[in-house]
Design a protein around this ligand. Sequence first.
Ligand SMILES: Nc1ncnc2c1ncn2[C@@H]1O[C@H](COP(=O)(O)OP(=O)(O)O)[C@@H](O)[C@H]1O
Ligand SMILES: O=C(OP(=O)(O)O)[C@H](O)COP(=O)(O)O
Length: 387
Amino acid sequence: MTNLPDVRGRRVLVRADLNVPLDGETITDDGRIRASVPTIGRLAEAGAKVIVCAHLGRPKGEPNPEYSLAPVAKRLGELLGREVAFTGEVVEEFPGLQDGGVALLENLRFEPGEESKDDAVRRAFAGRLAALADFYVGDGFGAVHRKHASVYDVPQLLPHAMGGLVAAEVEVLKKLTEDPERPYVVVLGGAKVSDKLAVIANLLTKVDRLLIGGGMAYTFLKAQGHEVGGSLLQEDQLDQVRGFLDEAAKRGVELVLPVDVLAATHFAGDAPFDVVAADAIPADRQGLDIGPKTRELFAGKLADARTVFWNGPMGVFEFEPFSGGTRAVAEALIASPAFTVVGGGDSAAAVRQLGLPEDGFSHISTGGGASLEYLEGKSLPGLEALQ
Ligand SMILES: Nc1ncnc2c1ncn2[C@@H]1O[C@H](COP(=O)(O)OP(=O)(O)O)[C@@H](O)[C@H]1O
Ligand SMILES: O=C(OP(=O)(O)O)[C@H](O)COP(=O)(O)O
């Protein structure tokens, strides 16, 4: 941490990314909590009164018990080896917090001010958060691309510092932006299709190859004129995607799409499915994973890469029958001598859930969208505010 004066006895607000996958109240992967522990622990050791704030999921500005951070408070306490105070309030002063004590606020996205596009509304909420503390530490790397109150506005109201996690993530990603060894391949998948389509225009100016799988692939297949049945689709971005296909061809960037998929009857782990050609998805089916030919195709396209960034699972890996594509890409990266970076909450969780060795990658980042926007060369609100 830089620029932070002696914190003993002072109140420090830490913005962390604790957006972990949950099954009911059970945390299925605690990677992001673990990644947040060093900064929080160090501040507590130094005698600060640490108030942690974070979001979970996308509850859209209103309280929703499904997205409560209560299970996260419990897990954070276990990992820190100290009690974490949690009252279920988004803005809470914790007057009884001792020096070295840690508290967690409830999900910031329960308040409309957190994500508001209206600067005044966002700043008003930021003011309430800033009033809780004397200092701010920005350590939620996975959210630094969001112009949200806790990420962008609060650091403008308080003396602030960049947390160790954000600093370490940026250090690694810098290597990918400064003269990456080629071929440079980016693999995109996952479900945040709209967000990730937005980064492709810029990536096409930087990479040699772009492999597209997961829920991202179907908007491309549809843009090529194929039916995709009930697969994930960003209907309003088809024209934009046609533009990417043209632009890639013009620039000589290889844009590689699935040639086959696992087409399931519905979205469930036990749904019947068939392997079908990517241009022959039946109308009553949805693609939940890339097929075996695509796995081989993608592995081949990764074999000679010297730099790889991968964000977004290739299928619904949470369901075992649809985890094979994600496993195949992960294994291709593990086998590769390239500089390999995996980013994203679910992508990192997938690597761990599939029992793959984390040290098989050069770096596993806690941020997917944040990493992609950094690689685009964009200025990220949460980094800008910490400069
Ligand atoms: N074909 C698909 N259809 C629906 N969801 C998919 C598909 N492929 C992957 N997904 C889902 O994408 C989610 C992860 O997406 P995303 O949040 O974009 O990744 P990350 O968190 O790594 O950035 C996973 O929960 C996975 O089930
Ligand atoms: O999960 C996250 O991003 P990621 O899926 O791109 O890794 C971050 O917590 C940001 O969440 P958001 O994409 O709902 O703003």
